[in-house]
Ligand binder design. Structure first.
Ligand code: SF4
Length: 362
């Protein structure tokens, strides 16, 4: 265990992770940090696309947005950011992001205690360079961040994470209800959200024609309305799913901010998803989730929720962790529409999910 963690820091700098899914999985560690230092000001350095995830989160006081393509672009932009961080006079830096750059930035900003995993040859820049635990020691990624705090002597023990919590404000729910009404989806409805994309690459994506078949079957079985979500770069994929459907879904792919996506997901009674950022959002928002895994390891990055079910076809080459399948995509081709449909209906039956949305949201 390392010794230099500050006893009573007034200001803590946290370099947050860059991906939405990792951000969600790091929330238990941020909550543990808040519990350990209830009166400290905890400030996150975040990339623009993930910043809104932390809005109004009780573990965080505020964020500094690191816009490497905008005002912090190039050496002069980076120097400006470092100066901004330096003038904050943080007592301690905790690096959830593993890049050399994160340690370099904290060192240059004169933060006296710098804690992170000793990766990317950055140990020399850290006051507490924590050896990376083996996956057998941390298991799920949410524990990976907690282990950093434990091994740095900040928290005394680490319990397995069984639930991750996220919420949206009432005003956001009201916005979502109005938005749905404007799309002709007002009143009590059984909304099913599909997220057929995955930013990491096609190896994580179940086949679009199977999403389409599944969506039609859920509409038939549940009298559901289907919403398709995703990022702007996944618009074509969403259109492909819609094109292969008999019914007409509502495509919201590329039409929402992160907070709007969260607010609209909350309106859904079921979410079918690949291993992706929206999967973690939906699970943390407490929705019934069916997550389809192929190239990745569900024990490491699976949804953390009792209302989530993972479907995976066992193949010897998984997890490969590749962006694109170099062989015949047997991991995803082995997942049938029947299996996902059956699992979805079983989940709904198990949790008694009804057509009603909470009154405040309708
Ligand atoms: S190599 Fe195997 S696990 Fe990886 S994407 Fe291809 S089929 Fe899936």
């Amino acid at each position: 265990m390392q010794k230099s963690a500050v006893q009573n820091p007034e200001k803590i700098f946290v370099r947050a992770t860059n991906w939405v899914g990792d951000g969600v999985m790091s929330l238990p560690a941020l909550e543990a940090l808040r519990e350990r230092y209830p009166s400290a000001e905890i400030v996150l350095l975040v990339k623009p696309w993930v910043a809104d995830l932390y809005e109004n989160h009780p573990a965080i006081d505020r964020t500094i947005v690191y816009d490497a393509a905008g005002e912090h672009r190039g050496p002069s932009g980076f120097a400006k950011l470092v100066e901004q961080i330096r003038t904050e006079h943080f007592d301690m830096a905790i690096l959830f992001q593993n890049a050399f750059h994160a340690a370099w930035m904290s060192w240059r900003a004169d933060i006296p205690v710098r804690i992170g995993y000793g990766l990317e040859a950055r140990g020399v820049l850290l006051t507490d360079s924590i050896p990376v635990p083996s996956p057998a020691h941390y298991g799920h990624q949410s524990n990976y961040y907690l282990q950093l705090l434990f091994r740095a002597g900040i928290v005394e023990r680490v319990e397995p994470v069984e639930r991750i919590h996220l919420s949206v404000e009432n005003s956001e729910k009201t916005w979502a209800a109005r938005q749905l009404k404007s799309l002709g989806l007002g009143g009590p409805r059984f909304l099913v959200g599909l997220t057929p994309g995955a930013a990491f690459g096609p190896a994580k994506r179940w086949l679009s024609e199977r999403y389409a078949d599944l969506a039609d079957r859920l509409i038939g079985a549940l009298n559901a309305d289907v919403l398709i979500f995703g990022s702007p770069s996944e618009k074509l994929l969403a259109e492909e799913v819609a094109h292969n459907m008999t019914h007409t879904p509502v495509i919201l792919t590329g039409e929402t901010t992160l907070r709007q996506l969260m607010a609209l997901l909350v309106q859904c009674r079921l979410v079918i998803t690949n291993d992706s950022g929206p999967m973690h959002l939906a699970a943390a928002l407490g929705l019934p989730v069916v997550a389809i895994f192929g190239s990745t390891d569900e024990t490491a990055t699976g949804p953390v929720s009792p209302l989530a079910r993972v479907i995976k076809h066992p193949v010897a080459c998984s997890p490969c962790g590749l962006r694109k399948c170099p062989i015949d995509f047997r991991c995803m081709k082995g997942v049938t529409v029947d299996e996902v449909h059956r699992t979805a209906l079983g989940l709904i039956k198990e949790y008694g999910v009804t057509h009603d949305r909470p009154a405040a949201q309708s």
